[in-house]
Design a protein around this ligand. Structure first.
Ligand code: ZN
Ligand code: ZN
Length: 237
């Protein structure tokens, strides 16, 4: 008898929460995240497909393997995990779960994901961070990053050994191919942070800005037509 898991067909892709370390490639051109446990050796992009960590040629999440992306169901579960000493400098990601997934009591193991929001804690000095700097460790080909404020980023700049010492959030999002929302300051609820109006750093990607520009262009065209009509009307009367 073949055991089958119950199938789900959700109307919209499930959302999940997880911890990760922001990373940048050795040449500073590509940005992404590295998992904090099993998949840490295989950094992933903002939109990516899981590969088997054991190098097996099957699609994740394979039933007889433990490969694939992992996430927790709730923000609180991820926040609780972030209390552990080894995860204090990790960022908390909100992801959209795409493709096949296996649901567990506390989370999911799945095939593909889009990272939508990255919540970043304060700079080590306590100030609001505005970018990422080399955390001092990494994986082959990737430097792990840590959130820093502008002042600390400047200080690192003067003692830089790498081609870059720090990237601001906008640059990180650009290197990762965006869009990604980075919420700085580490406060849990986006709503709360939004209400205070200061804890949220909105980083908009090039595609988002392009979309906004074309929307503005459309509005300008409309305004131009209205003005032309009034001008035309003026002539008639
Ligand atoms: Zn596998
Ligand atoms: Zn600082």
């Amino acid at each position: 008898m073949r055991l089958r898991l119950p199938e789900e067909r959700p109307a919209s892709p499930p959302v999940g929460f997880k911890l990760a370390h922001p990373v940048i490639s050795h040449d500073g051109k590509r940005a992404g995240f590295a998992g904090v446990s099993l998949g840490g050796a295989l950094p992933y992009g903002f939109v990516d497909e899981a590969r088997c960590v054991y190098g097996r040629r099957h699609r994740c999440p394979a039933l007889r393997c433990d490969c694939g992306f992992y996430c927790l169901h709730t923000f609180d579960q991820a926040l609780a995990l972030a209390c552990a000493s080894e995860y204090r400098r990790a960022v908390l990601l909100e992801v959209t779960v795409l493709g096949a997934y296996i649901r567990f009591e506390r989370g999911m193991r799945y095939e593909r994901q889009r990272v939508r929001v990255a919540r970043v804690g304060a700079c080590a000095c306590g100030r609001m961070p505005s970018g990422f700097a080399d955390a001092g460790w990494g994986r082959t080909g990737w430097r792990v990053l840590t959130a820093v404020c502008a002042e600390c980023a400047d200080r690192r700049g003067r003692t830089a050994f790498a081609p870059w010492a720090a990237v601001n959030f906008a640059e990180f999002v650009r290197c990762g191919g965006g869009p990604l929302r980075i919420v700085a300051g580490g406060e849990p609820e986006a709503g709360e942070a939004d209400a205070k109006g200061e804890a949220v750093t909105e980083v908009r990607s090039v595609p988002e800005l392009a979309a906004e520009a074309s929307l503005m262009q459309a509005r300008l065209d409309w305004l131009q037509r209205q003005l032309a009509r009034f001008a035309g009307g003026g002539k008639v009367s």
